[in-house]
Design a protein around this ligand. Structure first.
Ligand SMILES: [Zn+2]
Ligand SMILES: [Zn+2]
Length: 157
C-alpha cells in the first residue's frame, strides 16, 4: 500500500492560531511551521471523499495523546480544510517473534490501512539521496564526482 500523494500548503496564520490555542502546544509556534511550508497527507491511498490528514504537532500533555492535525479535501480554490486535535488510532501491531509493538501513527478513525502497511517511496527516495550525499562528502577530497557515485552504488549501509 502506497502513501497518499496529496500535498497542501499550510494555512499559516490559522496553523499558528491552532498551535497557540491547543493544549500542550509548542511554546513558539513559529518554530514549528514556516509561512511557505507544505504538508503531505500521511495516510495510505484512500478514497477521494475521505479527508487527507497531515500531522502538525504532538501535544505535550501527560496521559493525553491528542495531536494537532490538518485535515483537508480538494485542491486549490476548492480546498476545504480544518485543524483539529484528535486522539491517535489505538491499533497496535504485535510481533510475537521480535517482541515488538508498533502503534499506528495515524489519527483515530482514519480511512484506509494502518500506518505500518503504508510505504512512502518519496520519503525513502529522499532518505536514500541524503545518505548518498553524506557518503559523497565523506568519501575524501581527491575523488571526483564519478568516483564518489561509483562508491555510493557499491557501498553497503
Ligand atoms: Zn490523503
Ligand atoms: Zn490506524
Amino acid at each position: 500500500m502506497l502513501q497518499c500523494t496529496a500535498v497542501t500548503d499550510v494555512p499559516f496564520y490559522e496553523a499558528l492560531l491552532a498551535l497557540a490555542t491547543m493544549e500542550g502546544g509548542p511554546e513558539h509556534p513559529t518554530d514549528v511551521l514556516a509561512q511557505d511550508d507544505f504538508l503531505l497527507c500521511e495516510l495510505g491511498e484512500h478514497d477521494e471523499a475521505a479527508e487527507h490528514a497531515a500531522h502538525v504537532w504532538t501535544a505535550d500533555v501527560p496521559d493525553d495523546d491528542r495531536d494537532l492535525w490538518l485535515l483537508w479535501t480538494g485542491t486549490g480554490a476548492h480546498r476545504v480544510y480544518r485543524f483539529d486535535t484528535l486522539p491517535l488510532c489505538p491499533a497496535l501491531l504485535r510481533d510475537l517473534i521480535a517482541r515488538t509493538v508498533t502503534s499506528c501513527a495515524y489519527l483515530d478513525h482514519h480511512p484506509g490501512p494502518h500506518s505500518w502497511t503504508v510505504t512512502d517511496p518519496l520519503g525513502d527516495l529522499i532518505t536514500e539521496h541524503i545518505h548518498r550525499e553524506v557518503r559523497r562528502l565523506t568519501a575524501g577530497e581527491d575523488s571526483s564526482d564519478a568516483d564518489a557515485d561509483a562508491d555510493a552504488d557499491t557501498d553497503g549501509p
